[in-house]
Structure formats: structure tokens, C-alpha cells
Design a protein around this ligand. Structure first.
Ligand SMILES: *[C@@H]1O[C@H](CO)[C@@H](O)[C@H](O)[C@H]1NC(C)=O
Ligand SMILES: *[C@@H]1O[C@H](CO)[C@@H](O)[C@H](O)[C@H]1NC(C)=O
Ligand SMILES: *[C@@H]1O[C@H](CO)[C@@H](O)[C@H](O)[C@H]1NC(C)=O
Ligand SMILES: *[C@@H]1O[C@H](CO)[C@@H](O)[C@H](O)[C@H]1NC(C)=O
Ligand SMILES: *[C@@H]1O[C@H](CO)[C@@H](O)[C@H](O)[C@H]1NC(C)=O
Ligand SMILES: *[C@@H]1O[C@H](CO)[C@@H](O)[C@H](O)[C@H]1NC(C)=O
Ligand SMILES: *[C@@H]1O[C@H](CO)[C@@H](O)[C@H](O)[C@H]1NC(C)=O
Length: 328
């Protein structure tokens, strides 16, 4: 029975093994943490190039924004300067609603959709109570996309131009937002059970230290090299230290529980914690990045694993990790 299972696994593994050029590009990418910016929202309800229109309210489309219950749809220009003709860097698209019985509050719900070179296509999401009679008021930056993924922050609003008769206004936005750092990286785990420089050993199981990792209940302790490339001799950037356990009755799953301890210059001493079900018969499988230390404090993310080299007879393997983590 055990040997049938083993053969099945062997066939599967051979089928899924792919050869990948060791010079394959690897990437380590990172996003910025803090963003501060100032821009102006050109909110024009009358005159040429109207960009804010009432669509519903107690008087229907004739409702005034200065009355409770009026809903406006906007596509206001976002400009670098207060002047309407100054450089446009995006649009404010969404709605705002007069949502105070005494008409003193506009509830804002729109995206700032950037069109400038730096943030082109990225957005930040604005939500909050714009008590516009105050000189300064604060609304939330609740999220974002692209460059601003996972953004959290606030915008201080100030009306810098107001023509109340014609309902035209220019609002200054002073934004402070933190975007989580996002790091993406690719590296290889050199898992060698036999030959020179063994880095993975069975320590217990149904046959004691002679147990095979291809059998249920075998516990392995590892100190595998983490390399930049697939080649075992390529630059080492860390070690995978911890354990993994064959934890499926049909032997198809390795439960991983180890740290990636970085030794390269950039992340030296920092770690990320790997945990999860490595259903190694799959071409690609995903395990969790559950935490980290140093550079990767509070990390959360995932790693997509792929077996890029496998010598089943000798139980040697090279696994590629494509990792995406968010951290502070
Ligand atoms: C992992 O990274 C490599 C190298 O950048 C890339 O070729 C491969 O498509 C990636 N795999 C996944 C699942 O993202
Ligand atoms: C209105 O839009 C036109 C075309 O984009 C532009 O030439 C003109 O300067 C705009 N007028 C104002 C007052 O912004
Ligand atoms: C509705 O329109 C009438 C007539 O223009 C106006 O007197 C009234 O104030 C408006 N009420 C609201 C809630 O907009
Ligand atoms: C922004 O992206 C759009 C669509 O991808 C493109 O057409 C436009 O030229 C870009 N603008 C800038 C300033 O990069
Ligand atoms: C084994 O380790 C030694 C000393 O670190 C090294 O010189 C040798 O290249 C390694 N052999 C393999 C196959 O990695
Ligand atoms: C235990 O070892 C024996 C003899 O090598 C082998 O036939 C059997 O498959 C092993 N069982 C396990 C669970 O490792
Ligand atoms: C990493 O840190 C250790 C201990 O602090 C130090 O000995 C080593 O030189 C550092 N390595 C790199 C590549 O910075």
C-alpha cells in the first residue's frame, strides 16, 4: 500500500517538475510607507464646464446642495494649484450628499483617481463628514488602489474659494496617509536530504529517525539554504530554519512551520514566518506568511510554492517561493 502511494506520488511529482533557468529574473519590490500631499478639488456647479450636478433630493434634480437630502454626482478636476487652470493631476469621482437636517454637513464618498505620471491609475478613497462651515475639517482616507493599496489616513479640507450664489468652490485637500509596505520577492529553498551538505533530516516518525518524509507522521528538522537563484551555488540570502511534518494520512501534505532568516545585506537578521499546508503534489500551492521580525514586523501575506527541481530517489528538492507580504 505504502509503495503504491509512493509510486503515485512519484509519478505526480515527475509530471509536475519543471525546469527553470537559474538566471530567471527575481524581483524584490517595495512600496513607500508615508504619503503627504496637497491638491485642490475644483467643484463647479454653474458656468462653463460644470462638474458637479444634483441628481436627487426633495426638489428632484432642481434640489440645492445647500438643502438636506440633496445628492450630487461629481467628476471634479483635481489640480496642483488653487487656480482652475493649474495642472490637473486627477479627478474626484463619486458622490456627496447633504446629510444634516440643518444642512451643515456634506457626506463625501468619492475616489481621487490620479492621472499624473507618478500615480497614474492609482486611487485613494475618501469618505467622511465634510462640515463645510468649519474653516478646517477632516475626512478619512479609507483605502486605495495601485500605489495606495491598503492606504489609511486622513484629509484636512479647507475651502479656499467660495462663490455661494453660483455654488462654485475650490477645496484644498491636505492628505496624510500610510500605505502598508508591500514587498514582493522570489527565492529558492534548497532542501537536500542526501549527498553532500545535508540540510534536512528526519527526527521522528513511525520508523524513528529512519522514517521517510514521503510517509505520514515523519517530522523533519531543516536548516535549508535560501538562494537567489535555482542553482544551489547561487547567492545565499538566508536560511529556512524550523520543521516540517508529513501530516496527511495519504502522505500528500507537508505541514510547514519555519522561519526564513535573512542574512543578506538588505534584510540581515530579519525573519518571515512560514506556516501552512504544502500539498506538494500540486504544481503551485500557497502557504501563509503569518508574521515576521525586523524589517518584516507585523507581516501578513502568502507564498506561492513551486517545485522547480526534484530528485525523488534521493529526496532532494528545490522549491521556489514567490512571496507577497504587507508589513509596516
Ligand atoms: C514566480 O516568480 C517567477 C520569477 O519572477 C515567475 O517567473 C513566476 O511566474 C512566478 N510565479 C508565480 C506563481 O507568481
Ligand atoms: C472649459 O473646458 C474647455 C475645454 O476643455 C477649456 O478650453 C476651457 O478653458 C474651460 N473653461 C473653464 C472656465 O475652465
Ligand atoms: C424646492 O424648490 C422650491 C422652489 O424653487 C424652493 O422654494 C424650495 O426651497 C426648494 N426646497 C428644497 C428642499 O430644495
Ligand atoms: C496614464 O495611463 C493611461 C492608461 O494606461 C495612459 O493612456 C496615459 O498616457 C497615462 N498618463 C500618464 C501621465 O502617464
Ligand atoms: C558543501 O559545503 C562546502 C563547504 O561549505 C562547499 O565548499 C561545497 O561546495 C558544498 N557542496 C555542495 C554540493 O553544495
Ligand atoms: C519503515 O521501515 C521499513 C523498512 O525499511 C519500511 O518497509 C516501511 O515502509 C517503513 N515505514 C514507515 C512508515 O516509514
Ligand atoms: C549580518 O549581521 C551579522 C550580525 O550582526 C553580521 O556579522 C554580518 O556581517 C551581517 N551580514 C551582512 C551581509 O550585512
Amino acid at each position: 500500500m505504502a509503495s503504491i502511494t509512493l509510486v503515485k506520488i512519484a509519478v505526480l511529482l515527475v509530471l509536475i517538475t519543471t525546469t527553470v533557468d537559474s538566471s530567471e529574473a527575481r524581483s524584490m519590490r517595495m512600496k513607500e510607507k508615508k504619503t503627504k500631499m496637497v491638491f485642490y478639488m475644483q467643484d463647479w456647479e454653474t458656468g462653463k464646464n460644470v462638474t458637479a450636478v444634483p441628481v436627487a433630493g426633495k426638489n428632484g434634480t432642481l434640489s440645492s446642495i445647500l438643502n438636506f437630502a440633496t445628492v450630487m454626482v461629481v467628476d471634479d478636476a483635481i489640480t496642483e494649484g488653487q487656480d482652475r487652470q493649474s495642472k490637473q493631476i486627477g479627478r474626484a469621482q463619486g458622490i456627496y450628499v447633504n446629510s444634516a437636517l440643518d444642512a451643515s454637513d456634506l457626506h463625501l464618498l468619492f475616489s481621487i483617481v490620479f492621472t499624473n505620471k507618478k500615480y497614474n491609475g492609482s486611487t485613494i478613497e475618501i469618505q467622511g463628514a465634510d462640515r463645510f462651515f468649519l474653516k478646517q475639517r477632516e475626512v478619512s482616507v479609507v483605502s486605495g488602489t495601485g500605489y495606495f493599496r491598503f492606504a489609511q489616513g486622513f484629509a484636512v479640507l479647507e475651502t479656499v474659494y467660495l462663490d455661494l450664489a453660483n455654488l462654485n468652490a475650490v477645496i484644498k485637500f491636505n492628505i496624510g496617509a500610510d500605505t502598508d509596505l508591500e514587498t514582493e520577492m522570489v527565492f529558492y529553498m534548497q532542501d537536500w536530504e542526501s549527498g553532500k551538505n545535508i540540510t534536512a533530516v528526519p527526527v521522528s516518525g513511525r520508523n524513528g529517525t529512519l522514517s521517510s518524509v514521503l510517509n505520514f507522521a515523519t517530522v523533519m528538522v531543516v536548516d535549508d539554504a535560501i538562494t537567489e537563484g535555482q542553482d544551489r551555488q547561487s547567492k545565499q540570502i538566508g536560511r529556512a530554519q524550523g520543521i516540517y511534518v508529513n501530516s496527511a494520512l495519504d502522505a500528500s501534505d507537508l505541514h510547514l512551520l519555519f522561519s526564513i532568516v535573512f542574512t543578506n545585506e538588505k534584510y540581515n537578521g530579519s525573519t518571515i514566518e512560514i506556516q501552512g499546508a504544502d500539498r506538494f503534489f500540486l504544481k503551485q500551492r500557497e502557504v501563509s506568511v503569518v508574521s515576521g521580525t525586523g524589517y518584516f514586523r507585523f507581516a501578513k501575506g502568502f507564498a506561492v510554492l513551486e517545485t522547480v527541481y526534484l530528485d525523488l530517489t534521493n529526496l532532494n528538492a528545490v522549491i521556489r517561493f514567490n512571496i507577497t507580504v504587507h508589513h509596516y
